[in-house]
Ligand binder design. Structure first.
Ligand code: URP
Ligand code: ZN
Length: 484
């Protein structure tokens, strides 16, 4: 049965125009005026755009002695409720574990997904097995992005030698390196000192991760990536120091992207000084929320193009889980939610304020990341042949965010009480209408895995460019006799 989205204004990353969209077999079949289909979805007064892609989620993630509460069932329902039609989660091998075993675990969990999804692979240890399996992961499993945690010492963190080896391997294989950029050694030292001095509450989490630890690690990762000749994606860029390093690298022609989160763009460090322990602990994440100066920097980055993607790092823990850290802030599970709120929050604080154009909004919520991850124009596009992952956004529709009506399974929302304007009228996932004016008609198991091949155009360009400066012997007219 065909569907047609009628009377809307299509917004893409580079063009806004009035046209209808005909959908057949889960794909966009035709775009133009006066189309008809078996079922009509009226988009009068609405913007019709590619569904959001959130490239940074942790669903049912084993972390800090527990599992994040939103899984592929509740998490992808929350995504669709908020206009996001694809999530990219991180497959995490335990240190010493095979990468393909980790992938199996993630594929087992993701069978419940209500929307399409893909995985990044995390490199949590280094050895010959990892070196070998990286090729299989890219070439057989269609995963071209590999994340390295520079923080979480003693758990997920990798050292510089491991990171450099992994980056070099990725350069060879046509993959993309990702980093969680915080100096884990410094964080561990600062945390121990804070605890010794009696700073045990959630505010100490922010004290233990000043912006310098992020700036230093971002600079280091950029330089290591440059030496290895690999493109680099810096997740959850939260501060000016990190943004500055990314901006400078991009100005110098390096292939580096930065990803601010909607939380860092709209919430600030004052949250940690709330006298209610639960309120503060619920907002504990790494990197922590920053002050207004850093927020202004992130917004400017989106406006100028030095930052490319807005994500959530959705890693949602209940209040009960957060309370593991009463008396010791280092035991508060790190992570916050945001999947359901990213699109309305960014529209409200970005487009409604005039910071972003609607086209820039589409670029940073969908199109840019589809291109970076090498799944464009299957995803991130309104083009004939693209998957019909479509958000019909009603700019006049408003609500106040509250946990009591959210799809996410946790018992609070870090954006509680925020008034947002710009909500989905319809959300379509490969042609299936999953949301109609707030009513969810999602289907468990509808989501499909999206393969993303390696060696995208940025990899090919970078390897040609780097080949020009590869070390080579100098040709000499003669070699002097040995001086002995
Ligand atoms: N960000 C965070 O605090 N938790 C999720 C894991 C990570 O991305 O660091
Ligand atoms: Zn992280």
């Amino acid at each position: 049965m065909s569907k047609v989205i009628k009377n809307g204004t299509i917004v893409t990353a580079d063009l806004t125009y009035k046209a209808d969209i005909l959908i057949e077999g889960g794909k966009i079949a035709e775009i133009g005026p006066g189309l008809s289909g078996d079922e009509e979805l009226d988009a009068t007064g609405c913007f019709v755009m590619p569904g959001g892609i959130d490239p940074h989620t942790h669903l049912e993630m084993p972390f800090m002695g527990t599992f994040s509460t939103d899984d592929f069932n509740t998490g992808t329902r929350a995504a669709l409720a908020g206009g996001t039609t694809m999530v990219v989660d991180f497959a995490l091998p335990d240190p010493g574990q095979s990468l393909t075993d980790a992938l199996k675990r993630w594929h087992n969990k993701s069978g419940q997904a209500h929307c399409d999804y893909s995985f990044h692979m995390a490199v949590t240890w280094w050895g010959e097995q990892v070196f070998d399996e990286m090729k299989t992961v890219i070439e057989d499993h269609g995963i071209n992005t590999f994340k390295h945690f520079m923080a979480y010492k003693g758990a997920l963190m990798v050292n510089d030698d491991e990171m450099y080896a992994s980056f070099q391997r990725l350069a060879e294989l046509g993959g993309i390196a990702m980093v969680h950029a915080e100096n884990g050694d410094v964080v561990a030292e600062l945390s121990a000192r804070l605890l010794r001095e009696g700073n045990t509450g959630p505010e100490a989490h922010a004290y233990s991760r000043p912006s310098q630890v992020e700036g230093e690690a971002t600079n280091r990762a950029i330089m290591i990536a440059d030496m290895a000749g690999v493109p680099l994606y810096v997740v959850h860029t939260s501060c000016e120091e990190s943004h500055e390093a990314i901006r400078r690298a991009r100005m110098a022609g390096k292939r580096v992207w930065g990803e601010p989160l909607i939380q860092h763009l709209t919430l600030d460090e004052s949250e940690y000084f709330n006298t209610d322990w639960d309120h503060a602990a619920r907002r504990v994440m790494s990197p922590p929320f920053r002050n207004k100066k850093h927020q202004d920097s992130l917004w400017a980055g989106l406006q100028s193009g030095s930052l490319s993607v807005v994500a959530t790092d959705h890693c949602a823990f209940t209040t009960e889980q957060k309370r593991f850290g009463v008396g010791d802030f280092t035991k508060i599970p790190n992570g916050t939610g945001g999947l359901e709120d990213r699109i309305p929050m960014l529209w409200t604080h970005g487009v409604e304020t005039g910071r972003l154009t609607p086209e820039e909004f589409v670029a940073v919520t969908s199109t840019n990341i589809a291109k970076i991850l090498n799944c464009y124009p299957k995803k991130g596009a309104i083009l004939v042949g693209s998957d019909a992952d479509i958000l019909v956004l009603d700019p006049a529709k408003e609500k106040t965010i509250t946990a009591s009506t959210q799809a996410s399974a946790i018992d609070y929302n870090v954006f509680e009480g925020q008034k947002v304007k710009g909500l989905p009228r319809f959300v379509l996932t490969r042609g299936h209408v999953a949301v109609t004016d707030g009513d969810l008609t999602t289907r468990e198991g509808h989501g499909e895995f999206v393969k993303r091949p390696g060696n995208g155009s940025v990899n090919r360009a970078l390897s040609s460019w780097k080949a020009l400066t590869n070390p080579r012997p100098v040709e000499r007219s003669g070699i002097p006799a040995s001086g002995v």
